[in-house]
Design a protein around this ligand. Sequence first.
Ligand SMILES: C[S@@+](CC[C@H](N)C(=O)[O-])C[C@H]1O[C@@H](n2cnc3c(N)ncnc32)[C@H](O)[C@@H]1O
Length: 273
Amino acid sequence: MLKAVQNNNADYENLKLLIQNNLDFNCEHYKDSHFKRRIDVRLRATNSSTYHEYLRLLQTSDIEWDFLMETLTVNVTSFFRNPEVYDIVEKNVLPAMIKSKRNGLRSIKIWSAGCSIGVEAYSIAILLHRILGDEIKRYNIKITGTDIDKDSLLKAQKGVYSDAEVKDVHDDVLKKYFTVDGKKYIISDELKKIVSFKKQDLISGPKMRGMDAIFCRNVTIYFQKELQEKLYMDFYNALSNDGFFVMGKTETLIGQSKDLFSPFNSKERIYQK
Ligand SMILES: C[S@@+](CC[C@H](N)C(=O)[O-])C[C@H]1O[C@@H](n2cnc3c(N)ncnc32)[C@H](O)[C@@H]1O
């Protein structure tokens, strides 16, 4: 039976301060409702009945900091998440991008912002590989995944996934782009060559430039509205002309960027600069 959580505001503010100082996680930019819900998950898991009790636990337990970070960042993801979006990406977005490169420098830069364990970046790499076939050698492709969660990034870099994590991946894709080692599925070197990962905070990290597409899906839902508006402008500025912005199915363009981006496929939340 879960203990009822009794809390007071001063303890909550102290907890936020401690998290801010220790985790490099900028609490103020996240929706309070999201933040409280995530912390409550850890309170229940540790059987703490107040924020104060949980604060004391954090001061004595290193491992709890790891669990808290994992809970705060919500790393839920999957290969080809919302397949209908990837369908449009494969049929329309990537072919348009490739066509625009035929006569110039064959360089393609794609950013998976809030990449979690990397499967979004690898899904895009698989599609590009599938479309270009042998022609891929003639392109300089860079897919960059960024996230604030170092454990997720480590997993992304390794590119090793469990059978549960690849359960929705078609057999032909599994055969072509993974090697199987017991129950582990390892991303092929061909894909790893074009995908890289780095730790970068969307809120305070450096600004990106010259992107042909940005995928930022299921990340900004947790952010305050003002920050969402600012980030969408950052994405607009990070894209080359005609570049694509792919949002999550539950996210909506707001603020100035709403007038600047053109809808490419509104249903799938795909926009173009
Ligand atoms: C739910 S996952 C989304 C993964 C993937 N984009 C997808 O749609 O499947 C959200 C990711 O956003 C990351 N994230 C949250 N705040 C962030 C920030 N300020 N900067 C970079 N990444 C952040 C989390 O660590 C988490 O891995």
